[in-house]
Design a protein around this ligand. Structure first.
Ligand code: ZN
Length: 449
């Protein structure tokens, strides 16, 4: 007996496999079968999708969830990346465990509402201990598949970096805590709900020594490596001055040009640099909204895909993008792809492939997530197809999904469990959570009621 059957949907099983009027069955957190109308197996619970679109859950490959405590922060909304960072670091220096637990809980609910079922996170300010422990606790409480990365910064203002000393740590402390988190939480087994990655913040915020030692530690424990790379032209100038080379050369020099790594942004590398990292198997987290808000440029997604690079999507931090909807990122990736390359450059199915298969490849998890083949993790989303904004869209539910609406998920199912049902998060006490989050955000920003 299956736990759940979703019937009568347009089911995207995987890139290139779609079932119009099909069904999908779930048992013990896994996809157990799928098929055409009229062949549905019995199940404890049968849900009629009523013609809606069913896709694999979307995967978020780059985020800083804690930043939802400083969203749309007025003093720097129109600053450059470096100005924005230097204003916010002192505020983030006040973060504590309770802030991180609340921001992660709220942030993961927001992600689930936008159709995301697995998210990486990049927590790189550690003014107090055990902040990633608080994130893991929040993800477990919600039942969200989560890959937090242990971010780090060692280069403070005194050492030519951007952050104040209070949010940087020394390399030994960072590596010891990284190892502790891997031992405590990293689950390499099939169907894992929590995996840990290692993520020095960016080439300009840590030392060369820490980059190398982090890569060695990741190799030793077989975990993923993540960082920002080539997000801003100021970074090119910084790397030339500090390391005497370009950011990609630096990444190669410190032992990060491996299939274990995926980097966020990757806007400015030359054609030759793109090819080199593609050959090395490095993945890219494309962050379209963040890139456009900062306004410098965007990654050449279709070219990188042609080179064979894993390319996934990232909503990026809640204080730079200010939203965390993977549906919106997928739509924006489609718009940008076509803006760059014309109407034949990218389809909604290409964008969905980036948001699912591409993200899973970035996270090294393509065997289990990003598709709904039999045996895959039961992470799937049912999307509305009959709302006002979709009226008249009757020929192609996948194109309509990104071109028209719906923007939020009707159902989001993670590990076979409804995290969003009929458009509403199933998490108890959401109102109280939001009130507490509001109090914390106001305290951090010094904005009292
Ligand atoms: Zn980022």
């Amino acid at each position: 007996m299956n736990d759940l059957v979703i019937r009568n949907g347009h089911v995207v099983v995987d890139t290139g496999i779609e079932l119009a009027g099909g069904w999908i069955a779930v048992s013990e957190g896994r996809v157990s079968a799928y098929g055409a109308a009229g062949t549905e197996p019995p199940a404890t619970r049968v849900v009629d999708a009523d013609g809606r679109l069913v896709t694999p859950g979307l995967i978020n490959t780059h985020h800083h969830i804690y930043q939802n405590l400083t969203r749309s922060y007025a003093p720097v909304v129109n600053g450059t990346l470096f100005e924005w960072l230097t204003h916010l670091y002192p505020i983030w220096a006040r973060l504590d465990e309770e802030d991180i637990h609340l921001s992660t809980a709220v942030g993961l609910i927001e992600l689930a509402m936008g159709g995301c079922t697995t998210s990486a996170d990049h927590m790189y300010v550690h003014p107090r201990p055990n902040l990633i422990d608080a994130q893991v606790a929040a993800a477990r409480e919600l039942g969200f598949r989560f890959l937090p990365t242990r971010g780090s910064m060692t280069r403070s203002i005194e050492d030519g970096g951007l952050p104040p000393a209070v949010v940087v740590q020394d390399a030994d402390a960072i590596l010891a805590d990284s190892e502790r988190l891997i031992r405590s939480y990293h689950d390499p087994s099939p169907g894992a709900m929590i995996r840990i990655g290692l993520a020095p913040c960016s080439p300009f915020s840590v030392t060369e020594d820490l980059m190398r030692r982090t890569a060695e530690l990741a190799e030793q424990h077989d975990v993923r490596l993540h960082s920002h790379l080539a997000e801003d032209l100021d970074e090119d100038a910084f790397c030339a001055e500090t390391y005497g080379c370009r950011p990609v050369e630096y990444l190669e020099r410190v032992g990060w040009a491996t299939p274990r790594s995926w980097v966020a942004h990757f806007i400015y590398p030359s054609s030759d640099e793109q090819e080199r990292l593609a050959r090395a198997g490095v993945g890219v987290a494309h962050c379209p909204s963040s890139n456009m808000l900062i306004g410098g440029g965007t990654a050449p997604v279709m070219r990188l895909r042609e080179l064979g690079m894993p390319v996934g999507l990232g909503c990026d931090g809640s204080a730079s993008t200010d939203h965390a909807s993977l549906w919106l990122e997928t739509r924006t990736a489609l718009l940008l792809g076509r803006y760059r390359g014309g109407p034949t450059a990218m389809t909604a199915r290409d964008a969905l492939d980036v948001a699912t298969r591409g993200g899973a490849r970035c996270l090294g998890w393509e065997d289990e997530i990003g598709h709904l083949r039999v045996g895959a993790c039961a992470d799937l989303v049912v999307w509305e197809t009959s709302a006002v904004a979709l009226a008249g869209a009757v020929t192609d539910p996948v194109e309509a999904w990104l071109r028209c609406a719906p923007s939020t998920a009707f159902h989001t199912i993670i590990n076979g469990r409804f995290v969003v049902e009929d458009g509403q998060p199933t998490a108890p006490a959401l109102e109280g959570l939001l009130r507490a989050h509001d109090r914390r955000a106001r305290r951090l920003q010094g904005v009292l009621r």
